[in-house]
Write a protein that binds this ligand. Sequence first.
Ligand SMILES: [Zn+2]
Length: 352
Amino acid sequence: MCNDQSVSAGEGMSSTRIFLGLDSGATTCKVNGIDAEGRPLDTVLRQFPTRSREGREALLRDWIHAAETFLDAHRLTWDAVAGVGIAMPGPFDSYGVLGALPNYPPELRGWNYRADLEDCLQRQAVRHLPVATGNDGHLAGLAEAREIQRDASGGVLLFAPGSGLGSAFVDASGRVLEGDHHSAAFFCCMPLPYAELGLPKLSCGCGRDWGCTERYCALSGLPDLIRLVLPRHPEHPYHDGSRTERGQALELRDRAQQQDPLALEVFDLQARALGFAVAMGSMAYDPTHVVIGGGLMDPEATTPAFRQRYLDGIRNAATPYLWIPPEDLQIRPARLGEHAQAVGAALLALQG
Ligand SMILES: [Zn+2]
């Protein structure tokens, strides 16, 4: 398994010391690295297919391929690598052991991917390389917090709505709160006070029936929100039935950039929902900084005016519910975009 040796060990003794970070999903893997001071090495997004359907060995080969392509691009060998981190979606059965993941084949449950990756790396690098691992949302928070804590003090709470809602808390010393079961600060399936938004209880794929937060502020809940808001927009083209619900949801962000009133109303609702989560998270962890990531904060996909409207909506919804003075909570955009999880994985390896 994983015995391709396109980057050789032992070549060109290098004094460079880096940490590699992998961010693996079911179908793609991103890779980045950091230097010994924790600074990201790449601004280019390097993304590779992963063949989780083909099982463990295929995944291990894909991860090694991603890592070695990164090293090649930076003219480095395994000699330069001091540690490797890998971000994975949870849940985990234990540290480095996959739980039941919805997008992964069921036979991968219980796989100690961390130990197998360490064995693989031992063969590639011809020496022991420690592998650190964590939940991808937690590691995104770790990376974003590092960016803030270079020149500011205080804890950092991250919210990153994507298909679901990623979230994390990093304390003032730069340590991410993982929890005893690797599932701390999981706001995705905490209950949201949806009645305050004038919305009904939405069911969640997790099976909880209390109105999970991510249904109101992430992509997975958009079809429901569109259906609920559409009657208030009788002239909207979505009444013509030419698009699937999924198609409507996927194009809604672009429509909002064109000032589509339905799209703006839906994202204003999502901003208010996320504002409630920010207030609850602020009470739980008392951070100084809140970082908002996710697709609605992507500078390549949204306008500055839209992002400001979204952040203002979050702040305005959170403010009446905060325990602390609102000026003591800095709500700011994420800086690392899609690099955050891989950089966070590398940082976890650096922290050891
Ligand atoms: Zn849920």
